[in-house]
Design a protein around this ligand. Sequence first.
Ligand code: CP
Length: 299
Amino acid sequence: MTARRHLLGLEGLPRTELEQLLSRAHEYREGRVGGRHLSGRVVANVFYEPSTRTRSSFEVAAAGLGAHVLNWTVTGSSASKGETLVDTAKNIAALGVSVIIVRHQHSGAAALVARSVGCSVINAGDGQHEHPSQGLLDAYTLWRRWGGVLENKRVAIVGDILHSRVARSNLHALKALGVKLVFCGPPTLLPSHLSQLGVDVTTELDVALNGADAVMMLRIQKERASEALFPSAAEYHQRWGLTTARAAALKPEAVVLHPGPVNRGLELSPEVADGQRSLILEQVENGIAVRKAVLEAVS
Ligand code: CP
């Protein structure tokens, strides 16, 4: 597997490196490799924003590789006394940490940390920029479901594209892996430059779902929206939500993904979230194997 110092985003990652990461994740997922590559090393989770899946998943992955995990959060830390991100990261690195996994509300925060410390840095989500390990675990979940074949599959990515770092990481990874992408959402949540990136763009959900092999529903990020970007939750669900009726009209083998946390009844109905097509919990399960592969690549 190609070694790299940091993983700050998936933009520009060669297809061969993406495929190596997916293959290595698969080896972890299938229990074909169990090395404690991080034995005696310390991995730090530095999360300035809340997380259920990513932080826990990195913790389980790092512990599975034999690392000691240091979990840092804003609450109870000296960030609440005004210590900067860079000072915090430098002090955590000075503890002898090998890898800092950072989540921050500002785009570029992980790159800033990477420029400031001597250890490896993994971006666990920076503002509206990227969430590379999520993009990889989404790609892996589809790769695994489809027997390692992503080329020419059609994936619809639906919802709050504007604020979504998950959408950006998926765009870079899935496009590089040969997937045909269609992005869909209200006009106010679709970045204007999307159509220049070699993907289809539509505001009509039924157009996006037509022929889709997979549908990735994105969370409405109320915390990042500075104004009302659609009239009401009920109207959003009616026009851009994956309702039970819409899910029933998908191709028989089509699958549904969501990075979580899910706003039930807004992006998709509870019946779809918990239904036969849903890979939502499998995404979480696969995240551990993918993060083991990522940790190994940067260590
Ligand atoms: N998908 C994701 O990033 O979830 P968390 O915010 O719970 O980490």
